[in-house]
Design a protein around this ligand. Structure first.
Ligand SMILES: [Zn+2]
Length: 412
């Protein structure tokens, strides 16, 4: 009889439930991010171009309201200053902590300007350094120490991260001589009752295993200590391992599963998460949490910033498609802000990796979406528009090369 532990999962974690795709870190970060002031200049050059006019979007600088939706973290303030310098206007705030989009702000914004120019997204701190530097923290000059950044996304993910790390260290794989490969799992990762924590991680017995190892009194290898269950590891899992991982795991010595615990083989959820009448969580990042924790090509907070920007950009475009906003024009530039402490100037610098541009002409319902690669291709050819106030007067610097030079991350 086939037995599964999937029935302990909340509906939104069901492995049978298809989740909408979010953009891959590797393809997004193949191109280098822009210094944000440079990006804003190019965005306004793009808005004035024939390409945009052909999309049916009429840009009139005097009617356009610049807007921002991003985390209030002071490390991002250069973004506000750059928008001000470029346009001569203070950006309207459509943002929330963590880089959320505030839906309630949209009604007011269109009454202040019938053309909304949106710049927004989540952010992630970057610490320049050898081997491409690191993501997830930024240097805080007032306390002379680094701190997690984005702090909001860090708090949201940290409890999940602790449980995931514990699982990767305590789920053990080994191959007794002459036997199949076994996986020995602490019971709290098999069934949620065995853990007192609100965050529950469960291995997916359907994909990771062929079921329990049958107990045989005379066969010592089928015995296991209290609080653990023993399973036969599935061929699907073994086939997905690299040669290096096979050498590490397929030994008689029990070895932690480590980073081989990929999203296909586990689920994670918070029993206290607020869900709506459809069983869907209010915090829309939660169904994607396992992809954040087990991301191989991105540090967790960078992955969280990318996914959150995908979700919040959708919240924005979804709203601009409603009947109430049909008469208005929107040009939305969404991406991940990368903030770093610039040693040269003693201030924060802000880079921007564009993820999406959505152009919705007035009177239309649907927007025109540009692909990330397409954005770089078009923007690299543009000369930034002349700012209303010289950038150096506002940002105290005319060149942002020290920001872009400090950024040495390369995707693997
Ligand atoms: Zn933040």
């Amino acid at each position: 009889m086939h037995r599964t532990n999937r029935l302990w999962l909340p509906a939104y974690c069901s492995p049978d439930g298809l989740l909408p795709k979010v953009q891959e870190t590797r393809s997004l970060f193949e191109s280098r991010p822009y210094a944000f002031p440079d990006f804003v200049g190019r965005a306004y050059a793009f808005l004035k171009s024939n390409d945009v006019r052909k999309m049916g979007f009429e840009f009139h600088a005097d009617q356009a309201l610049p807007c921002k939706w991003k985390c209030p973290d002071e490390s991002l303030f250069a973004a506000d200053l750059a928008i001000y310098a470029q346009t001569g206007h203070y950006p309207f705030n459509k943002g929330k902590l963590g880089g959320g989009f505030n839906e309630k702000a949209l009604g007011a914004a269109v009454h202040h300007g019938t053309i909304n120019i949106d710049f927004g997204g989540s952010h992630v701190g970057y610490m320049p350094g050898k081997k491409g530097g690191s993501f997830g923290q930024v240097w805080r000059p007032q306390v002379s120490a680094p701190s997690p950044n984005c702090g909001y996304l860090s708090v949201l993910t940290s409890e999940f991260q602790k449980v995931f790390n514990d699982a990767t260290n305590n789920i053990l794989i080994y191959q007794p001589p002459g036997e199949k490969v076994f996986v020995n799992v602490p019971n709290e990762y098999v069934q949620p009752n065995w853990s007192s924590l609100a965050i529950k991680l469960l291995i997916d017995t359907d994909t990771l295993t062929y079921g329990e190892v049958e107990y045989e009194p005379m066969a010592l290898q089928t015995h296991f200590p209290i609080g653990r269950s023993l399973f036969v590891l599935s061929d699907a899992f073994l086939d997905g391992l690299t040669a290096e991982e096979r050498v590490r795991l397929m030994t008689p010595e029990p070895t932690p599963i480590g980073c081989s615990l990929s999203p296909k083989y586990f689920n994670i959820f918070d029993v206290d998460a607020e869900v709506d009448s459809h069983g869907l969580p209010q915090q829309r990042l939660l169904p994607y949490m396992k992809y954040i924790l087990a991301a191989r090509h991105a540090p967790p907070l960078l992955k969280a910033a990318i996914i959150n920007t995908n979700i919040e950009h959708n919240r924005l475009t979804d709203m601009t498609r409603t009947e109430a906003f049909r008469p208005y024009a929107f040009a939305s530039f969404s991406g991940v802000f990368i903030d770093l402490f610039d040693e040269a100037s003693g201030r924060y610098g802000v880079l921007f990796q564009p993820l999406a541009i959505a152009i919705k002409p007035a009177g239309r319902q649907r927007e025109i979406e540009l692909l990330p690669g397409e954005i770089h291709e078009r923007f690299d050819k543009l000369t930034p528009a002349v700012p209303a106030v010289p950038m150096e007067d506002v940002l105290r610097s005319a060149s942002f090369e020290s920001w872009t030079d400090a950024y040495t991350f390369e995707v693997k």
